[in-house]
Design a binder for this molecule. Structure first.
Ligand code: ADP
Ligand code: LRH
Length: 459
């Protein structure tokens, strides 16, 4: 018997609808529709084009044809407000918009309650930036992006747990909204809908069940990490590199807070203990400036460039906002004005591998765990140079793939809820290992050059 599930997966750089087909012991994956995710600046504010994205979702679901279920995931932290009639109030604001600048510094540390790393754009800071506006006054419900799309498909309102864990307003110990914190910050309790868990039925779209998955894209990606043992680190590599470990309980020590490691909610009660590393964003931005050259050609040329010609501290928040990225990288790296595109690309990738090395080492120190391998999943798994550099930098084998880990994690959780695949995370991961392409990169060379590069960037 064959079962088909549709994953709607919206990344910061593109959206797709992917169909996972389960038949006997096999699992096939087909991207049936891919669409751009181009933010729009209007009235001085950077927005997501939410209706354009919703159109991509509807077109993709039409192309997918009859399926046994639909699951939705997207990037974290962003939301839309509904008024009391259920209408969307304004266009969701992009987390890279400047409206949250400086807000985190004015709010007491929330780590003890939420276990969340401080990122300037966490939902809590966005809500504090919005408080006092006419839009905020008119809002009756806040829906995270996947919950908003699920609402449009089904008419049902709720807040999926893994994504709610990125708001800064979920209690890391109970997995429920932190009502005391919400009230202390002057936020409105009625804005926060009931929590639903991965596997819960949300409602129906044209007769097809819409099922909650790990609706935070990173939570779904971690489900599909093809690990065959417990001691693994992962890099979910796309616009961001989410670098860390899977734990069964949060780490809330002062050292962990200082290192800005997060305890995000994972599927099946796991903790995604990780740090946000700037990821492929700087390269995406440079490529946008350069007129979108062919990425394979650019990476081939970058691989020919000398290693460590220039390195920057990619964890510097100066690289967060869009625009003028190549100049920012060149200045920070001390590269000349006429530095070539491959030289800048090489600088970004060396620096990214260096930042990922730091995060893996910190995760090890902060947890006492000893990862034996790094699983690198997401679009970055197609970047051979990045995979090779990550193996060299961490001194660990890198197992690269699957590229569409997020969509896989999404369909696996749906298939489990429908009783099509058996239970545990290890069982789902075994299915990923058996059916998806994974490439192994062994570390080469010693740690010396990486240590020296770390010293050059002062980390
Ligand atoms: P997100 O979910 O954040 O939008 P993805 O997981 O889709 O990100 O990964 C996007 C990234 O994958 C791009 O920024 C690009 O660097 C990389 N990528 C995509 N295609 C290729 C390719 N053919 N070769 C190397 N890298 C690629
Ligand atoms: C990756 C991601 C990440 C968040 C960021 C906003 O797509 O969801 O986990 O921190 O976007």
């Amino acid at each position: 018997m064959t079962h088909r599930f549709a994953a709607v997966d919206l990344g910061a750089s593109s959206g797709r609808v992917v169909v996972g087909t389960f038949s006997g012991g096999s699992l096939g994956l087909e991207v049936v529709h891919r669409f751009a995710n181009d933010p729009v600046r209007a009235g001085g504010v950077l927005h997501w084009d939410i209706l354009g994205l919703y159109k991509g979702v509807l077109d993709g679901l039409a192309k997918a044809g009859p399926v046994d279920g639909i699951g939705i995931d997207s990037w974290a932290v962003d939301y839309g407000f509904l008024d009391s009639s259920g209408a969307l109030l304004g266009n969701p604001v992009h987390y890279r918009d400047a409206r949250t600048d400086g807000i985190a510094d004015r709010v007491p540390d929330l780590y003890e309650i939420s276990g969340l790393q401080t990122l300037p754009f966490n939902t809590v800071y966005q809500l504090l930036a919005a408080a006092g506006t006419p839009q905020y006054a008119a809002a009756s419900t806040m829906l995270m992006i996947p919950d908003l799309l699920a609402y449009w498909l089904t008419g049902e309102i709720g807040a999926e747990y893994t994504n709610a864990s990125t708001t800064g307003l979920l209690d890391v110990r109970t997995g429920e909204w932190a009502w005391g914190l919400i009230s202390d910050l002057g936020l409105r309790a009625e804005h926060f809908p009931a929590i639903r868990r991965p596997g819960d039925l949300i409602g129906h779209f044209e007769g097809t069940p819409v099922v909650a998955v790990g609706s935070h894209d990173t939570a779904s990606a971690v489900v599909a990490v093809p690990a065959d043992q417990e001691d693994f680190a992962y890099v979910s590599s796309g616009t961001w590199s989410l670098v860390g470990l899977e734990l069964d309980r949060p780490v809330l020590t002062a050292a962990s807070r200082e290192a800005n490691f997060t305890n995000e909610g994972g599927v099946d009660g796991t903790v995604r203990y990780l740090r946000n590393v700037m990821g492929l964003w700087p390269l995406q931005e440079c490529m946008r400036e350069w007129g979108s050259p062919d990425i394979s050609d650019l990476l081939k040329a970058a691989a020919e460039e000398p290693a460590f010609g220039a390195v920057v501290d990619l964890d510097d928040p100066a690289f967060l906002p869009p625009g003028g990225m190549s100049a920012r990288i060149r200045t920070a790296a001390g590269l000349p004005r006429d530095a070539s595109h491959p030289a800048i690309t090489r600088c970004i990738l060396d620096s990214l591998a260096l930042a990922q090395r730091r995060a893996v080492r910190q995760a090890r120190e902060l947890t006492g765990r000893d990862p034996r391998v790094v699983h690198l999943v997401g679009g970055g798994a197609r970047n051979e140079l990045l995979c090779r550099l990550t193996a060299d930098a961490t001194g660990l084998p890198v197992l690269a793939g699957p590229v569409e880990a997020t969509a896989l994690g999404n369909v696996l959780v749906q298939a489990r809820a429908a009783g099509v695949v058996e239970g545990s995370l290890p069982a789902m991961r075994a299915l990923v290992r058996q059916t998806q392409q994974i490439t192994r990169y062994e570390p080469r060379g010693g740690d010396g050059p990486w240590r020296a590069a770390a010293e050059r960037v002062g980390r």
